[in-house]
Design a protein around this ligand. Structure first.
Ligand code: SF4
Length: 378
């Protein structure tokens, strides 16, 4: 199959691994972060991590939108969903994320809330048309990849004059979170030597959005595809940059990612969203200019305004180390409740729920922690 078979070619994979082994011996260690949760799952799914030389340590990043949403926002979603007359629509992953006291949207549904799983924001617009006596709220969560679809739904609702469709907007932005990781001075973790840059997000925002990574932080970044050959080639490109003392933005995923990104999607988002002054991320706290809110011209569709959503402080389960996993401070298996107490059947934290969460990936594919690296960065 075009764009699949050639990127899973075993001979090519073996030759890339040989080349990585040869070139990744120049330094004692290469600490590389894959920012995107899709990449984390691909690394585990294809069993690539144990095949890498010991000098390369892969650290998982915060690129899972379900995982980075703080509990206060899950609680707000549960409260909204429980309102009389509301049909609350969400992607499947969000239904199972535990809020305060373990209460999820799925539990709210069991208690009588009208919570529905949808596959696209346009499904929510359709539901609003079909249920004129209800208020249909779409729980919009995701990075720049999914935000254009939300923007399109808002535009459609506005054009059709649909008055009972609302969006609870929680779209977050990739570059500020990357910056927070690179500027982190907590002292708990060693410096990241290179970043495997997100593929889908970059298809929207393009390559120049990461210029600060190379220019200010002097860290190489390679935007990568999701197949084994993509990932290994990206690692090789990072190793080469590190060995040569270069810090550049390279695009391994050029078959999908254009330098300028997707102008149409960017224009649509600019019309419908505004930048938030700050937004809370799980594991990071408040990050400036790191999320989108609905523009004032679309205020009639803004669930936060129309339902006067309030946020109360809430913290993760005391045993849960999602915050450390998301900041790349520990590997999932280093959390004391990983597997036994916290697993996909009974998730204690968001990283075990999402199809892009690092803990779910480590659990689903058997855990790949090597004996010599009980905690990343130690
Ligand atoms: S294993 Fe569970 S509790 Fe531990 S960090 Fe991961 S999601 Fe949180």
């Amino acid at each position: 199959m075009k764009f699949i078979d050639e990127y899973r070619d075993s001979r090519l994979i073996r030759s890339l691994l040989d080349q990585i082994k040869k070139e990744a011996s120049a330094k004692e260690s290469y600490r590389l972060m894959e920012f995107c949760g899709g990449h984390t799952h691909a690394f585990y799914r294809y069993g690539l991590i144990p095949l890498l030389p010991e000098s390369i340590e892969m650290v998982h990043g915060p690129g899972c939108p379900v995982c980075v949403l703080p509990i206060s926002r899950i609680d707000a979603a549960v409260a909204l969903a429980s309102k009389e007359g509301v049909i609350f629509c969400s992607y499947g992953d969000m239904l199972r994320v535990p809020g305060s006291d373990g209460k999820s949207l799925l539990k709210a549904k069991a208690e009588g809330a009208d919570v529905r799983m949808i596959y696209s924001p346009l499904d929510a617009v359709k539901l609003a048309v079909q249920n004129p006596d209800s208020q249909v709220v779409f729980f919009a969560v995701g990075f720049e990849t999914t935000a254009p679809a939300t923007a399109l739904a808002l535009k459609q609702a506005e054009q059709q004059g649909i008055g009972n469709f609302f969006v609870f907007c929680n779209h977050v932005l990739t570059p500020p979170a990357m910056k927070a990781i690179l500027d982190y001075e907590g002292g708990e973790t060693s410096v990241i030597d290179g970043i495997v840059g997100p593929g889908h997000v970059s298809a929207i925002i393009g390559c120049s959005a990461y210029a600060f990574v190379a220019e200010d932080n002097r860290i190489p970044l390679v935007i990568s595809g999701f197949e084994p050959v993509d990932l290994l080639e990206s690692i090789l490109l990072l190793v080469r940059q590190i060995n040569a003392g270069r810090a550049e933005i390279e695009n391994q995923y050029a078959r999908v990612v254009k330098t300028e990104g997707n102008r149409e999607a960017i224009c649509l988002m600019d019309e419908v969203f505004e930048l938030r002054g700050s937004f809370e991320w799980r594991g990071f706290g408040m990050l400036a200019n790191s999320a989108q809110k609905i523009a004032s011209t679309y205020a009639a569709f803004d669930a936060e305004l129309q339902f006067q959503v309030r946020y109360a402080e809430a913290s993760d389960h005391r045993a849960c180390r999602c915050a450390d996993v998301l900041r790349g401070l520990i590997q999932p298996e280093a959390c004391s409740v990983f597997g036994a107490v916290c697993n996909p059947e009974n998730p204690l934290g968001a990283c075990m729920v999402s199809s892009e969460g690092a803990c779910a990936a480590a659990y689903s594919y058997g855990g790949m922690l090597r004996n010599d690296q009980p905690e990343a960065g130690q």
